[in-house]
Design a protein around this ligand. Structure first.
Ligand SMILES: Nc1ncnc2c1ncn2[C@@H]1O[C@H](COP(=O)(O)OP(=O)(O)OP(=O)(O)O)[C@@H](O)[C@H]1O
Ligand SMILES: [Mg+2]
Length: 509
């Protein structure tokens, strides 16, 4: 029969093509459904009553490499559990009950699957169909997963409440763990932008979902991570941080997940705990998450999804109970767009995103910061805090502060060291700003007392170490600004290791 033209044939005409007997209709429906599932699903296979694989469709073939099977020939004829770890096909054969929807996880990934028994005329189970409905359920099943995440959050909240109550009963316990260095009180600032980020961070502290701190270099992301931990129900537990950019890529996996005893010969023979293990019951701060190499992104995602880690050289999964706070000064969405950061990991971490404002968006906090940072510096150096005259303060408030609070702190430290009087005026500060790598922005104060040439000459007649340190600081600030805070690129450009860059940033020589 020629195919009817859908444009001219009335609907009734297509019905005429259906078989008239019930059996015929059922057979046709079964065939159509089989073909439909076979084409729209990600893959399908059949086992016989003994659990032996007897057929596999085109779609399923792409899972074979991840299952460690070289070819269809090697797949056919094998017992299903031999080639598909964690499969429940056997129980479908045994019970004759279908499993319409289930999650299957093995080395090939996590899949949404269906398992349907096949029966003969006498209703005996003679085989079963396995269908992979979706792979990558984290993206295809987003609505379901969001709902699940909500339930999970409620559960976490209930657990937290319990932990608080238990904590009250055994107060005083938990000594010896690393505690957070800062609380919200350490985050100086009462400008609207500062108040808002503190409000959001306090809210984040009440939840146990992952937090993602986004903001330029030196804005206080690490400080906030400490404060969130200190205010959370996990404050009795450890606060453990990993600076991903500062650890060589080859060592990161061991750093995260640990090493099983005997995995290596030599020094590490005894095995070593990873940061996930060390942070158990507390908070794990993943600093510079944007610098994470792709291979580890996959492993981190799996760990966060499963709540389990696999130490290097071990084949055992170890559960962990860790709240993750991640931070980066890089543009994560751009990294996702460029394919450098996994989208699924991004969403996993992006549950509570917190934008930490740059200092130039909260200039009104600068006087308070100058006071607090100045006092802190004075305490450390056993000196008097630098006293800034109003014109100097006005000058500070006008700067772009690309290095944010860390840069402000450096400038204040230089000011305290360099100034030969108790007070610092705008002219002195202009010189200091220039020396630390900042070309002062308006309001331009009075011209410096010395001519530029003479000033440069005077500058050269100072201890060499001081001059070298100054040049380093300037080079680092310029390279950081040029690379948008990307420390990996900054270190590469300056020809120093990331570890050295960090050491210089934290502790300017
Ligand atoms: N609001 C604040 N009040 C007081 N000090 C602050 C504040 N924010 C940051 N600081 C100080 O500024 C310095 C830089 O802060 P922090 O290390 O938290 O920045 P960061 O955002 O993690 O920077 P990076 O991206 O470069 O790692 C620290 O010495 C910190 O104590
Ligand atoms: Mg930091």
């Amino acid at each position: 029969m020629a195919l009817p033209d859908p444009a001219t044939t009335p609907a009734a005409a297509t019905h005429a093509a259906l078989p008239l007997d019930a059996q015929g209709i059922l057979e046709l429906a079964a065939r159509s459904m089989f073909q439909l599932f076979s084409s729209v699903s990600q893959g399908m296979f059949l086992v016989d009553h003994s659990g032996r694989i007897v057929w596999v469709n085109e779609g399923y073939r792409r899972f074979l490499p991840d299952l460690g099977v070289g070819s269809v020939e090697q797949f056919l004829g094998r017992m299903v559990e031999e080639v598909i770890p964690n499969t429940q096909m056997r129980s479908v054969l045994d019970t004759g009950k279908p499993v319409l929807i289930d999650l299957l996880t093995n080395q090939a990934g996590t899949f949404v699957v269906s398992r349907i028994p096949l029966r003969d005329e006498a209703q005996q189970v003679i085989g079963a169909i396995g269908i992979v409905l979706f792979d990558h359920p984290e993206t295809t099943l987003q609505p379901l997963i969001s709902k699940f995440a909500l339930l999970q959050r409620d559960l976490d909240d209930a657990r937290r409440e319990l932990a608080v109550q238990r904590g009250r009963q055994i107060s005083g316990a938990g000594s010896g763990v690393r505690r957070a260095k800062y609380t919200f009180a350490s985050f100086v600032g009462s400008s609207p932008a500062a108040a808002e980020v503190k409000r959001q961070a306090r809210r984040a502290a009440q939840s146990s979902s992952p937090v993602l701190l986004l903001g330029e270099t030196g804005t206080g992301k690490e400080l906030l991570a400490h404060a969130i931990h200190a205010t959370s129900a996990r404050s009795g537990g450890p606060f453990v941080s990993v600076n991903i950019a500062a650890v060589p890529d080859t060592l990161l996996e061991a750093e995260f997940f640990g090493v099983a005893p005997g995995a290596y010969t030599g020094a590490d023979r005894k095995g070593r705990d990873g940061k996930f293990k060390l942070a158990d019951g507390g908070t794990l701060f993943l600093d510079e998450i944007g610098d994470m190499p792709p291979s580890l992104q996959a492993k981190l995602l799996r760990a966060l999804q499963e709540g389990e880690i696999e130490p290097l050289g071990s084949n055992q999964l170890v559960p962990f109970d860790v709240r993750v706070v991640a931070a980066t000064s890089r543009d994560l969405t751009a990294l996702v767009r460029e394919g450098k950061f996994r989208e699924d990991l991004f969403y996993r971490l992006h549950v509570l995103p917190l934008r930490v404002p740059p200092l130039r968006e909260r200039r009104s906090d600068i006087p308070a910061l100058v006071e607090v940072l100045g006092e802190d510096l004075a305490l450390r150096n056993g000196s008097a805090p630098p006293e800034l005259l109003p014109d100097a303060l006005a000058l500070l408030m006008a700067q772009p502060w690309r290095g944010n609070i860390r840069e402000l702190r450096n400038v204040l430290e230089q000011a305290a060291m360099r100034s030969d009087s108790d007070t610092i005026d705008a002219a002195q500060l202009t010189r200091i700003l220039r020396e630390t790598g900042v070309e002062p922005a308006a309001p331009e104060p009075d011209a410096p007392a010395l001519q530029p040439g003479a000033q440069a000459q005077g500058d050269l007649l100072r201890p060499l170490a001081q001059q070298v340190a100054e040049l380093e600081r300037r080079a680092i600030a310029a390279a950081l600004a040029a690379h948008g805070g990307n420390k990996q690129a900054t270190a590469r450009q300056l020809g120093i290791s990331r570890a050295t860059l960090y050491a210089r940033m934290e502790n300017p020589a």
